[in-house]
Design a protein around this ligand. Structure first.
Ligand code: SF4
Length: 240
């Protein structure tokens, strides 16, 4: 069992079996709050980094060995790199869904969603949890520190999320990681609100860097500020 872990209890997803579909820290971002530390392989290249058939077979073996877990809350594609970098993600999702009725969730940093082929690949998931830590390029550069590519900019990230909402029939829970003095001002919350209204996710989940972040200077906003941002973002917004 190399690519699956858990089931683990998670604040966002209840009891979830994790499936890692990319190698450790293959990612197009180098977020200041990343608990996995600095990105070791900055990339936008989609490849079959982990064989789809070996992932599907591991999940099949897991449920065969542990039939008592057939009622867990989710199987979650996430892990230690960006899942959408795996070019066979559609086959992985379809293969897992043939094995079990456990709902399938996908966590992504949203960077590749501008690509319609990538969005098409994930339409069979039940729940998508994309991140959006910024709505302007300056803050995107400061907090998520993207790979240098003309394809990667905040306009494409937001556009991809809007398109995903139109095309995807499942639930979308949008995550915002709040970092003190970067994206936690009242003015910036109003900008978030404007953009998120266009994306129209089912939920907005406000998170804070609770584990040791990549950069030691990363600080958590005050509880009062977090509450204020929650009230600006409206009733769909919950604190993690
Ligand atoms: S997108 Fe995720 S894995 Fe990549 S740097 Fe950011 S927090 Fe870490």
């Amino acid at each position: 069992m190399n690519h699956i872990y858990g089931p683990v209890s998670s604040r966002r997803l209840g009891v979830s079996l994790g499936v890692s579909v990319t190698p450790y820290k293959y990612c197009p971002l180098n977020c200041v709050y990343c608990q996995l530390k600095h990105t070791t392989k900055f990339t936008l290249d989609r490849k079959e980094y982990v064989k789809a058939e070996s992932i599907i077979s591991e999940v099949a073996q897991f449920f065969k060995a542990h039939p008592e877990h057939q009622n867990i809350d989710y199987i979650t594609l996430s892990g230690s790199g960006e899942p959408l970098l795996n070019s066979k993600i559609e086959i992985i999702i379809s293969g897992i869904k043939k094995l079990t009725n456990v709902p399938l969730a996908l966590i992504t940093n949203s960077v590749l969603l501008y690509d319609k082929d990538v969005r098409r690949d994930i339409l069979k998931a039940d729940l998508i949890l994309p991140s959006l830590d910024a709505v302007t390029q300056d803050v995107f550069n400061k907090i998520d520190r993207p790979v240098n590519s003309p394809r990667i900019n905040i306009e494409n990230v937001i556009g991809g999320l809007i398109e995903l909402r139109r095309e995807f029939k499942g639930k979308i829970w949008l995550e915002i990681m709040l970092v003190k003095d970067i994206n936690d001002s009242i003015e910036y919350a109003a900008k978030f609100k404007e953009v998120i209204d266009k994306i129209n996710p089912d939920k907005i989940q406000l998170n804070i860097p609770s584990r040791m972040p990549c950069e030691a200077w990363v600080k958590i906003p005050t509880p009062r500020r977090i509450k204020k941002i929650q009230s600006i973002l409206g009733e769909k917004c919950e604190l993690m």
